[in-house]
Design a protein around this ligand. Structure first.
Ligand SMILES: NC(=O)c1ccc[n+]([C@@H]2O[C@H](COP(=O)([O-])OP(=O)(O)OC[C@H]3O[C@@H](n4cnc5c(N)ncnc54)[C@H](O)[C@@H]3O)[C@@H](O)[C@H]2O)c1
Length: 444
């Protein structure tokens, strides 16, 4: 879908107006093209700590070129700074010393990643210094511009060898609409990464269940997981069966037309996966609905249906799949929350409760899962779909400019984030909720 405001800002008149009136200036965001190198340029690495020395090898596995002694006269596509060695607030100046000379040397759509240690694992001045990194990265994300993104990755002690899938995602165009986020590796559960034989098809041989797969974000999730090698089993309501079948046929997938809120849905899904596919590796709870009304006018069926589809069904299906042992070792369970579940929204008490509940679902399971199974969620912001195209013009314009990218995201941006969680190499990525919102100002 075209962004007419962004197209206007790249005309000569548009450029003048943006400059003189301080209007939002959305950059053209690069997205990943299948078969292209993961990163088209060099990533400069620096800092001091337990991660920096291994970075050239870690990124080299993904075909990413690094420069260990960055030169401000060269240009860079990305910067990775190891801040795990910063143990007191006076040492935070190392961030300024590394980044300030290099920020003018960045190409368009640059990627910045700061690596730290989870503060909750530390005490005293070390904890203070590591917690400070969050304010730094979130602010730089709002400053960097030109389609740039900035993230903080907290790597737990012992999880040093489990960063590859996360760095590959965050340094590549796959994370085009993810910025200002804090990711934890190894902070819950496993600290080691599973094996990946071919980094261009990390999901080869994996079975992925995607609910709500006939259109919108779910359809893109199915396509991206298929691109990465998975066999997708799409689920959608019987009314959407023909769309579901055509999407699944295109990607050599399988389908199951059912309402996930039906009493026997968890059992039917578990039985289908077990009988036809011998189990499942990736479970994506994408199906979701809105039934907006202010609480004063909220009829019971509007409340009930939203909670049932968005929250209770994912809980029941997950429970059944776990109890029946249908999810394989190193499997991934992935929820789709929403920025509304973090910031709240007028007319969405039901929806926001369901989506905050999805975050609770991640928290409640993360420390209890075993066999290398992980649970994580995405929280999309303004994603351009048929649903958001129906939002009135003025509301839509404001909604999609209120973020550091000054534009809406695409379904593929959510799908790429889910594919990162789903990778067998992301076994140490557990208990995270990452916003796919272009660093939206709401609830930040
Ligand atoms: N579009 C956005 O901006 C946005 C923002 C935040 C979160 N989300 C979330 O992303 C997910 C996908 O949203 P979308 O924009 O693609 O919506 P969509 O309405 O285009 O797609 C949702 C799909 O879920 C299916 N579905 C609904 N109820 C179902 C049920 N009971 N059983 C089986 N399938 C069912 C629908 O038939 C549809 O195919 C939802 O969970 C939504 O809440 C979307």
């Amino acid at each position: 879908m075209s962004d007419r405001y962004r197209d206007f800002t790249s005309t000569p008149v548009g450029r003048v107006l943006v400059k003189n009136m301080g209007l939002p200036n959305p950059a053209r965001l690069e997205r990943y093209d299948e078969g292209a190198p993961l990163v088209s340029g060099t990533v400069a690495v620096g800092g001091q700590g337990r991660l920096v020395d291994a970075l050239p090898d870690v990124l080299g596995v993904l075909g990413i070129q690094t420069a260990a002694d960055p030169d401000p006269d060269q240009t860079y596509k990305g910067l990775v700074f190891d801040a795990t060695g910063l143990t007191s607030s006076d040492q935070l100046v190392a961030l300024r010393d590394f980044f300030t000379p290099l920020l003018r040397s960045l190409e368009t759509n640059p990627r910045v990643v700061v690596l730290g240690t989870p503060p909750e694992q530390l005490k005293g001045s070390e904890r203070v210094a590591q917690r400070a990194l969050e304010g730094f990265t979130r602010s730089l994300g709002k400053e960097i511009g030109r389609g740039g993104t900035v993230q903080l990755v907290y790597v737990a002690e012992g999880a040093e060898g489990a960063t590859t899938s996360t760095l590959g995602f965050l340094l590549s165009p796959k994370s085009a609409y993810v910025s200002g986020q804090v990711v934890r590796i190894g902070a819950h559960g496993a600290t080691v990464a599973g094996e990946v034989a071919d980094w261009t098809r990390p999901l080869a041989g994996r079975i992925a269940l995607v609910t709500g797969a006939s259109r919108g974000i779910g359809e893109q999730i199915a396509r991206v997981l298929h691109r990465d090698g998975a066999t997708v089993v799409g689920v959608d309501v019987p009314q959407a069966a023909s769309d579901l079948q055509s999407v699944m046929k295109e990607i050599d997938g399988d389908w199951l037309a059912l309402d996930i809120t039906a009493k026997d849905a968890p059992q039917r899904i578990a039985h289908h996966l077990q009988e036809k596919h011998g189990g499942v590796d990736v479970v994506v709870h994408n199906a979701g609905i809105t039934r907006d009304k202010k609480l004063a006018n909220m009829a019971e069926d509007r409340w009930d249906s939203v909670i049932a589809v968005n929250l209770t069904a994912p809980e029941r299906i997950t429970r059944e799949l776990l109890d029946q042992g249908v999810i394989h070792d190193n499997g991934s369970i992935i929820g789709v929350a929403s920025i509304a579940g973090i910031a709240g929204n007028v007319g969405q008490t039901n929806y926001a409760a369901s989506k905050a509940g999805v975050i609770g679902f991640v928290d409640s399971l993360a420390d209890d899962l075993d066999r290398g199974i992980t649970v994580n969620a995405v929280a999309p912001g303004f994603i351009v779909t048929q649903m958001t195209a129906a939002v009135p013009f003025a509301t839509r314009e404001v909604g999609q400019r209120l973020n550091a990218m000054a534009q809406g995201g695409l379904p593929v941006d959510v799908a790429e984030t889910i594919a990162w969680y789903a990778s067998p190499a992301s076994t140490a990525v557990n208990g995270n909720v990452v916003r796919v919102c272009g660093q939206m100002m709401l609830g930040a």
